[in-house]
Design a protein around this ligand. Sequence first.
Ligand code: SAM
Length: 393
Amino acid sequence: MNTFQMTAKTLFGLEEVLAEELKNIGAQDIELLRRAVSFRGDQEMMYKANYMLRTAVKVLKPIATFRVRNEIQLYKSIQDILWTDYLTIDHTFAVEATTNSEYFTHSKYAALKVKDAIVDQFRDIYGKRPDIDTRHPDLRINIHISDRQCTVSLDSSGTPLGKRGYRKRQTFAPLSEVLAAGMILLSKWDQKSNFLDPMCGSGTIPIEAALIAKNIPPGFMRDFGFEKWNDFDEALWDKVRKEADSQEKAFEGKIQGFDIERSAVNIAKGNARIAGVDDLIFFRNTDFMDATTEIEPGTIVMNPPYGERLKEEDEIIPFYQDIGSHLKHHYQGWDAWILSGNIRAIKFVGLKPSRRIHLFNGPMECKFHKFEMYRGSKKAVKNPDMTSPKDKS
Ligand SMILES: C[S@@+](CC[C@H](N)C(=O)[O-])C[C@H]1O[C@@H](n2cnc3c(N)ncnc32)[C@H](O)[C@@H]1O
């Protein structure tokens, strides 16, 4: 078995969930990094990782590492790689660079140098060069420079893995599919009991929940970068897909999605249909503050407005207070998880969080808090911070 080291990139706060996913698919030598997890496996594992990981953004396969201190050294080291092993003149390519180094302060400039080195190598050999395509290249090359250490990788995913392919239409401020899946996995929902997103927008959270509940691979609708590689093994890829698809399971619970906007509910329904899970999700056009649910308690994961557009600052605090009060009075027995980028407003939910997790929604720092709505005498605990908010997380 020819194994190699790979890096799965993820979002801040999802590293442990991703490591768990990697363990579940049999990856070896799993190591947590910042916004990434490294692991070892063979080509089959690389195909599996792309097809099955819900919380990876991309899977990188390193092909060279070297030390560099300036752009001339970078250019020369890139030219030492025989690019015809990976690329032909008929292929398009793109270079993405991330730098964390005093020697390379502009990542775009480093990417440009790498591109020049590759193009010049082709010109020297063939008198012709492959074209650049930054949007849909055949090959994505990833450069990571940390201090003086440069790692050159091929991006086996191609289009980022968050782009599952079902979200054809979206409402304002949709969550990335990777973040939605990560929130559900972080919530430790048992994947059997009921699930609700009472402010579902384009439906990302309930759709990801349905895919998780049925164990449908997140990559089932899309293609991947490695399918265009020289060493692509179609029979192996077929085997990986068939094996993963055969692990689909039944789900007996109910998944619900509410939204106050009729247009959002229509968009969410359309997206769920494309994802093939519309039979599993019950969407309702309702104001959450008026909505009770007749189903047995389960898990709520929600992403209410943060106040940047939909609500003004003087409306957002009472809005979060209403969420807390409504949960407390009508959702006893449920575990409610709320993601918010409005760190002041989330304190006004007025209940004491039993877990506080730090996440990022794009560039925006967010809190992901768990509130347990006890049934009967053990009422949801009131948040002592509510009148004088002070962030303890
Ligand atoms: C930040 S967006 C959710 C985005 C969603 N997670 C997605 O991926 O598309 C918040 C949503 O809450 C909805 N909303 C706001 N107030 C609501 C209420 N009182 N009841 C139900 N939905 C509400 C908005 O219409 C909006 O679609």
